[in-house]
Design a protein around this ligand. Structure first.
Ligand SMILES: [Zn+2]
Length: 258
């Protein structure tokens, strides 16, 4: 059964999971499509494949913005194609598969567990030059940073003015730094790294939450939150009251430089 999708820009369709408002994006070009961060339940993943059939396009490739378990899923109805990810993310799944898969055990079928995390490493290019996704359909520029996770990718679709932000710039999730970011510096560097692309984009799609036609407001909110923590050790950011955010907020306060 097909899923409800929102066409946020020409040929860019976003579906939202029942879990944590996790977004999956279909980028269509002619008869082919790129599937970004497909999630989450079996019926939802199968629904994405049904959506592609309905659109009359074939899945040419996948893209995982980062290595977390909810961004590396797949489904038997999706074809065996390259599922691109940063070289580091792909390496982590090769070397630490069982540990990375653990949060999904008991949640997904063994068939879906077997399909998760088979990532194709992107060619490594010197940073900060944006790499292009090796897909002939549309230009996808990849901006790599270490804010939410090491080697995290933001995917820019220049012809549509869309930024697929991965787990950044969310209206339902506070900034969630990588484990080794002890003072929020790496997170700020990540925001700085994508600031230009945020400024020139007209739509942002966060990995969890609601797409926005005002991407700069999301960047401003995250910077304001980090500034408040550094200056006052507190923030009135409304996201801290959302489910699951109290613990993250407390951890961020501990990281702040006060
Ligand atoms: Zn994540």
């Amino acid at each position: 059964m097909r899923r409800d999708v929102a066409e946020v820009a020409r040929g860019v369709y976003v579906a939202t999971s029942r879990h944590y408002a996790t977004t999956s994006t279909l980028v269509v070009s002619g008869g082919s499509a790129l599937v970004v961060d497909p999630a989450w339940d079996a019926d939802e993943l199968g629904g994405l494949a049904a959506n592609l059939s309905h659109l009359g396009v074939r899945c040419a490739a996948g893209l995982s913005t980062h290595l977390h378990y909810d961004h590396v899923l797949w489904h038997p109805d999706l074809p065996d194609v390259p599922r691109w990810a940063s070289a580091w993310s792909a390496q982590q799944w090769r070397e630490h598969r069982d540990a990375l898969l653990q949060p999904l055990v008991g949640d997904l079928s063994s068939e879906l567990l077997d399909l998760a995390g088979h990532l194709t490493p992107l060619p490594e290019e010197p940073r900060p030059a944006p790499a292009a996704l090796p897909w002939s359909g549309r230009e996808i520029r990849l901006h790599e940073h270490d804010a939410h996770a090491p080697a995290h990718l933001a995917a820019e679709i220049p012809d549509a003015g869309v930024l697929l932000a991965g787990d950044m710039l969310s209206d339902v999730e506070l900034p969630m730094p990588a484990d080794d970011d002890t003072d929020l510096t790496t997170y700020r560097m990540g925001l700085d790294h994508i600031a230009d692309v945020v400024a020139r984009s007209t739509v942002v799609v966060p990995g969890h939450g609601t797409p926005s036609t005002d991407p700069m407001s999301r960047l401003d909110a995250d910077r304001r939150y980090l500034d408040d923590l550094d200056r006052y050790g507190a923030s009135d950011d409304p996201r801290q009251g959302l489910p699951g955010m109290a613990e993250l907020h407390a951890a961020n306060i501990r990281r702040a430089r006060i």
